[in-house]
Structures are given as C-alpha cells and as structure tokens.
Design a binder for this molecule. Structure first.
Ligand SMILES: Cc1ncc(C[n+]2csc(CCOP(=O)(O)OP(=O)(O)O)c2C)c(N)n1
Ligand SMILES: [Mg+2]
Length: 276
C-alpha cells in the first residue's frame, strides 16, 4: 500500500481515538456522526486543503466549513493536532468557560465560521466562493453537510445560487450515513434520489465510499469535477464507523459511554487493521 494512504489511515485511527476520548470525558458531543465523517475530514485536512496553521488569515487559503456543526469535537481535535491552537486545550472541550464549545466557534483559530444550526453552511460557503471568484482568487471552499441536513430549505437556495454563479471553486460533501437524529433519513424526510436532485440543480455529482481514504483522495484531488460547475460529493458512510456497537445505530447519534463501553471501543479502535 502506498505510504501516503497508510499514513492517512493511521491518522484517521488516531483521530477516532482522540475524539472518542473527548466525548467520553465530557459526556458531550455527537460520536456517531463524528465517526462517519472522520475519514473525509482526515483526507481533507491532511492532504487536500491548502491551509497553514502559521498563516491562518492567508487570503488565498482554502476554506472549510463544517456545516454539520454538531461534530465540533472532530474539527477541534484536528485543529489542535495541526497546531492551530495548543493541543492541550482539547482537555477543556465542553467545559465551563472554554471556547471549545459544543458547536464550532470562530473564537478558535482555524474555525472559519460558527455553525451548528443546520442548513446554513452551504449558503455561507456560496458567498465565500462567489467572493473568491470576484476577487480573482484561486482558493476553494469545501462544505461538509449531513444527509439529515438536506431537509433544510436553505440548503436548496444555496444549491440553486451556486449553479447560477457557476461556482466551480465550491465543493459540497454530504455525509450519506442514512441516519439522522431520530431515525433513518428515509423515515424522517425521504431523500432519494439524492444524486438526481443535486444534478438537476446544476451540480456535478460524484458518489464515493466516504470511509475509503484511497477513493476519497482520488475524488477530492480532482476538483472541480467539471469546469464551470460546483461539485457535490455524496460520500456513502457508516454512522458510528469503527466501533461495532455504534455502527448504524440511531441511538449513537449522541450518547454517553459507560466505562465498559469506552474500554470496548478503545480495544476495537486500537485493533483496527489499516494495512488492507
Ligand atoms: C436547524 C437545526 N435543527 C435541528 C438541529 C438538531 N440536530 C442536530 S444534529 C441533527 C440531525 C442531523 O442529521 P444528519 O445531518 O444526518 O447528521 P449526521 O447523521 O451526519 O450526524 C439535528 C436534527 C440543528 N442542529 N439545527
Ligand atoms: Mg446523517
């Protein structure tokens, strides 16, 4: 296996362990949706995004917007790991007085914008991408949304305007884990055929296994998928990926782990094979 892919898989494993620890200690966070997105976030932050912790306000930097802001713990862990702030600060996650609150907060270096109220990340990203075009900048804007989030009407206003302005510097990613807070997406607000919906709004749509770093690398390093169009990546994932008793379980959208569950989860993450 190519060294780069092996390194990214190892990094994703480290992030899963770090995030599990933050969630266990704080009794906060959204572990299921974190675990489904970590391979996507790892590929973006450790290979794709043109960002630098030493030059965080560089006007030419790529922008990343975590529209599914409830998985803030994953973003914070990565920003701490990459040196945007002292990693020790992660211990304060969700503690009284900390800036590392339950949804992304731009008081923390590296967080582009406050998110958490679902449906707003894409419209704001459209504005960032449009500004980039008008300023003749080469930066890209990446936005990670949930599939349950697709029920928000503002997503579709953003969808329409991005195509209207031909924003091929804008990339949406949907974590298609099939679950939202209270059931499957098909039970709560049916989405299929999601790919056809985005295509008909004028986006170039690419589907990928969102827990396969090798495949994610190929897709995310081929932006725009089509010149003159915004790209939508539908990333098929498993909610709770990596911890067997959480996988595809709606109750682990948010959940507080017992000591026994934590120990079991650590064993499973430690033992995860990264060589295949
Ligand atoms: C506007 C808004 N309504 C409701 C919520 C509460 N909420 C938090 S997460 C969530 C479910 C999101 O599901 P999905 O987008 O599929 O996220 P994932 O499965 O990736 O965790 C909801 C309804 C919210 N954060 N914002
Ligand atoms: Mg979901």
């Amino acid at each position: 296996m190519e060294q780069k892919i092996k390194d990214l898989k190892l990094k994703a494993k480290q992030i899963r362990k770090g995030v599990l620890n933050m969630v266990y200690v704080s009794k906060a966070g959204h572990i299921g949706g974190s675990l489904s997105s970590i391979d996507i976030l790892t590929t973006l932050y450790y290979n794709v995004l043109n960002i630098d912790a030493k030059n965080i306000k560089n006007p030419d930097r790529d922008r990343f917007v975590l529209s599914k802001g409830h998985i803030a713990e994953s973003l914070y862990y990565i920003l701490g790991d990459k040196g945007f702030f002292n990693k020790e600060k992660l211990r304060t996650y969700s503690q009284y007085g900390s800036t590392l609150i339950g949804h992304p907060n731009s008081k923390n270096p590296g967080v582009e914008i406050n998110t958490g109220s679902l449906g707003h990340g894409l419209p704001v990203s459209v504005g960032m991408a449009l500004a980039g075009k008008r300023d003749n900048k080469n930066y890209r804007v990446f936005t990670l949304m949930g599939d349950g989030e697709q029920a928000e009407g503002s997503v579709w206003e953003g969808a329409m305007s991005a195509a209207n302005y031909k924003l091929d510097n804008l990339v949406g990613i949907i974590d298609r884990n099939g679950l939202q807070i209270s059931g499957t997406t098909e039970e709560v607000m049916a989405l299929d055929n999601l790919s056809d919906k985005w295509s008909s709004f004028g986006w170039e749509v690419v589907e990928v296994d969102g827990n396969d770093i090798e495949k994610l690398l190929t897709v995310l390093n081929n932006i725009p998928a089509k010149k003159g169009k915004p790209t939508m990546i539908i990333a098929n994932t498993i909610k709770g990926k990596g911890i067997s008793f959480m996988e595809n379980q709606v109750k682990w959208h948010h959940g507080v782990l017992t000591k026994e569950q934590y120990d079991q989860a650590v064993i499973e993450l430690e033992g995860a094979e990264i060589n295949e």
